[in-house]
Design a protein around this ligand. Structure first.
Ligand SMILES: NC(=O)c1ccc[n+]([C@@H]2O[C@H](COP(=O)([O-])OP(=O)(O)OC[C@H]3O[C@@H](n4cnc5c(N)ncnc54)[C@H](O)[C@@H]3O)[C@@H](O)[C@H]2O)c1
Length: 339
């Protein structure tokens, strides 16, 4: 039987807390042995709640713990490459949430760290690939069910009810293209099996002035052309009225696949004075709850079975590079070649 992996997790914010709870409660073959966050009070609170034996406020200290087999990185995006390198150089396997980092240069540093430790498992957290519906769509595309993929249309809309946390996160997020569109870009590359060749991105500030100060947009979209001729279109915003809405349509030469075009969280229909409705997932954490568990489970299984994950460090760099081109296109108004 595979041994129980001891995991140390860094970052205990919105998603870090979710991963910590999942490792402690739902991921099999692993236990949450250590946690780290620069906020000491938060560390103490989560350690008590989840019964975690080792606590840290400095990730460089945590990776020295000889009991740990793996590190899960959920710190702010601009620390990812640094934390990946610390983990791998200390002889630990490493899972890092998206994006790989906030600049292409730092993504390349992460690539070097991964290449220097070929015996270690590194996995990047593009969790949509581990959602049952997206995984099934990919299986059908690979089986040839819809012929050649012609267009991937992907919408990512956060609910306006979570805007307070979103605005706090915005200044260190890397911007909409790097923070949100990376999920859509990952799907577009994954479903088409091709690389982004040209981008044209537009957007605007329709409500929250903070985004103007950050030279960013609260609503934006981009059209991309892939190097095999396929097309992608994505739209993201932070102000969806009815919960977390992520919908994707894949049009092929012989058929179409659609995922969650209504974002319904279950089969319940509510009929009242306003009519009949289905409720949305209230936020991204509930929408992707099972996918977040599945991706860490895959990371643990890869370590135990000596396999390499399907989502690589290079996917992270390619997606970040395309996201940067979108940001540049948004800033200049030009259609740009992605090279
Ligand atoms: N895959 C997804 O759907 C998804 C969703 C949300 C966030 N994320 C990613 O997860 C990461 C964290 O996002 P979040 O929303 O949880 O952010 P957050 O701002 O809510 O939390 C970040 C946490 O990291 C801590 N921290 C800051 N600097 C640190 C350091 N140097 N060392 C250790 N801890 C540090 C902060 O105190 C805070 O608790 C980001 O990279 C983000 O892009 C991914």
């Amino acid at each position: 039987m595979a041994k129980t992996l001891k995991i140390g997790s860094v970052g205990l914010g919105r998603l870090g807390y979710e991963h910590a709870k999942n490792i402690a409660n739902y991921v099999t073959g692993a236990e949450l042995t250590a946690i780290c966050d620069t906020d000491a009070a938060r560390v103490a609170q989560v350690a008590e709640e989840l019964n975690v034996p080792y606590t840290y406020t400095d990730v460089a200290e945590m990776v020295k713990n000889p009991e740990l087999d793996a590190i899960v990185v959920v710190s702010p995006s601009m620390f990812h490459a640094e934390h990946i390198k610390l983990a791998l150089d200390a002889g630990k396997h490493c899972f890092c949430d998206k994006p790989l980092d906030t600049t292409v240069e730092k993504c390349k540093l992460a690539e070097k760290a991964v290449e220097a430790h070929p015996d270690k498992v590194f996995m990047l957290g593009f969790m949509r690939r581990f959602d049952d519906s997206y995984a099934e769509a990919k299986r059908r595309i690979d089986a040839g069910d819809i012929g050649k993929v012609v267009l991937v249309r992907s919408y990512t809309q956060d609910p306006r009810t979570t805007i307070e946390g979103t605005l706090k996160f915005a200044p260190h997020s890397g911007g909409q293209y790097l923070d949100m569109c990376v999920h859509d870009l990952d799907l577009i590359r994954w479903f088409t099996g091709a690389e982004v060749k040209r981008v044209w991105a537009i957007g605007g500030v329709f409500e929250f002035d903070l985004y103007r100060e950050l030279n960013d947009a609260d609503n934006c979209c981009a059209t991309v052309q892939l190097d095999n001729g396929a097309m992608g279109f994505m739209f993201t915003n932070r102000t969806h009225g009815a919960g977390c809405n992520v919908e994707t349509e894949i049009i092929g030469t012989h058929g179409t696949l659609r995922i969650a075009n209504v974002g319904a969280k279950n089969l319940l229909q509510i009929v009242d004075g306003s009519g009949a409705r289905e409720e949305y997932y209230p936020d991204f954490l509930s929408r992707w709850h099972q996918a977040y568990i599945n991706e860490i489970q895959e990371f643990v299984s890869c370590i135990n079975e000596g396999r390499k994950p399907g989502v690589t460090v290079y996917d992270g760099t390619k997606v970040s590079q395309a996201a940067y081109r979108c940001k540049e296109s948004f800033e200049t108004g030009e259609m740009l070649v992605n090279e």
